[in-house]
Design a protein around this ligand. Structure first.
Ligand code: PLP
Length: 388
């Protein structure tokens, strides 16, 4: 026998990293069950700490507590989809963080421009995140949540290198935890990132680096010298975890509830946080046949927010096994934006255009039977009017 307790009501005896429990997480997703219960003494998880961390990273609401070794519980019973189910409320909020959470799941919109007799393409509209109007609200919020649990952000400066969207979300949210953000923008960042991050109360450093990653050594040095907390979106595993337990799981939930025959997901890569998490999640629940496609800028081209995989991406390199990386030119991405604008009536950003262009190249002539694909659209085209 076992009982179910809220995962937030207990504490683990020790902290385990993502890498300690990655295989277990994969096994849990594949079998859709936890293999064993945990033991709790005085609200502390004393046995099965791995199960605790695997379920916590995956975003289950409940933990199976019991003494039998042979106790296997389905994810359904553990409130696995609680966090990503739409809320029915009055849509009145006291805090931007509540509004952010209530924005999920972000919508899936069928794109007629990319659908045909055998393929339906669905755009996941990440600008429905309310702060940076981009997918990066998820990363910034979750990184700050986890930092705050262990480091307390109140009174501190949280620093990071960013191409813009993450910096905007970090600047706004750091203040909600009683801290401030200092963001490091590369030369390529546009006016929007600079202005909005400042308006949101962030301090902006903008003297170096062609690419965002070039600024990381400076952030590390300044953090050491001045005692900043380095959010470290490029290496902090909470970035990957945020997209695993929210973005990837949301798509699973939405596809299941709408009875889509989901065959693949296309996106683009910057830190690789969201696409590596999506690949890990769907490889585990749907198997190796599931297609995951990541757009990277063609050699010599620049597409805002994304970069080539050989410039180094921790999760894509160390976790993803089944991801097709496809080169897309800036022109192809801009063509995709125009096609969607004219035929579907929405204005997507360039990395979303790149995801669609990569999907089109990969899928080619199409399938024999009706299949569904999701394209992740990280932000809105309204930010890039000068490019269009
Ligand atoms: N698209 C845009 C517009 C972005 O701002 C970013 C990241 O900053 C990405 C795509 C890439 O997302 P990720 O860092 O999860 O790979």
């Amino acid at each position: 026998m076992y009982k179910l307790v809220s995962i937030g009501s207990v504490k683990p005896a020790k902290r385990l990293s993502l890498w300690d429990v990655l295989d277990l997480m994969e096994e849990i997703l594949r079998s859709w069950r936890v293999p064993s219960c945990v033991r709790v003494r005085d609200s502390e998880v004393v046995e099965g700490v791995e199960v605790y961390w695997a379920l916590r990273n995956l975003g289950a609401s409940l933990l199976p507590v019991g003494s039998e070794t042979n106790c296997s519980v389905s994810l359904e019973k553990l409130g696995f989809f609680d966090d990503v189910s739409p809320r029915r409320d009055t849509r009145v909020y006291h805090d931007i963080r509540d509004l952010l959470r209530a924005s999920w799941p972000t919508p899936l919109l069928q794109l007629k421009s990319y659908s045909n007799d055998t393929i339906r393409v669905w755009a996941k509209l990440e600008w429905y995140n309310p702060i940076s109007l981009s997918i990066k609200d998820r990363t910034a919020w979750w990184i700050l949540e986890s930092l705050n649990e262990y480091t307390r952000i109140k009174g501190k400066v949280v620093a990071d290198a960013t191409s813009s969207n993450f910096g905007i979300a970090l600047a706004a949210l750091a203040r909600k935890y009683g801290g401030r953000a200092r963001i490091y923008l590369p030369k390529s960042a546009g006016q929007l990132g600079r202005k909005v991050a400042r308006l949101m109360g962030g301090e902006v450093f903008e003297e170096g680096g062609d690419m965002t990653v070039d600024l990381i050594p400076r952030v590390v040095e300044d953090s050491k010298r001045h005692g900043y907390v380095h959010a470290n979106q490029f290496m902090n595993d909470e970035n990957f975890i945020a997209h695993l337990r929210f973005t990837a799981k949301e798509i699973h939930f939405q596809a299941r509830e709408s009875r889509l025959k989901l065959a693949g997901i296309a996106g683009s890569v910057g830190t690789s946080g969201h696409m590596a998490a999506i690949e890990f999640y769907f490889r585990s629940v749907a198997g190796g046949e599931f297609r995951v496609i990541a757009a990277q800028p063609a050699r010599g081209d620049t597409i805002p927010g994304i970069r080539r995989t050989e410039t180094g991406m921790v999760w894509l390199n160390l976790i993803s096994k089944n991801i097709e990386v496809i080169d897309v030119t800036l022109e192809e991405s801009l063509e995709a934006i125009k096609k969607v604008a004219r035929e579907d009536g929405i204005l997507i950003g360039p990395s979303g255009g790149a995801a669609l262009a990569a999907l089109e190249k990969f899928v080619g002539e199409g399938a024999d039977t009706m299949e569904d694909y999701v394209a992740i659209i990280p932000d809105t085209g309204y930010k890039y009017l000068d490019m269009l």
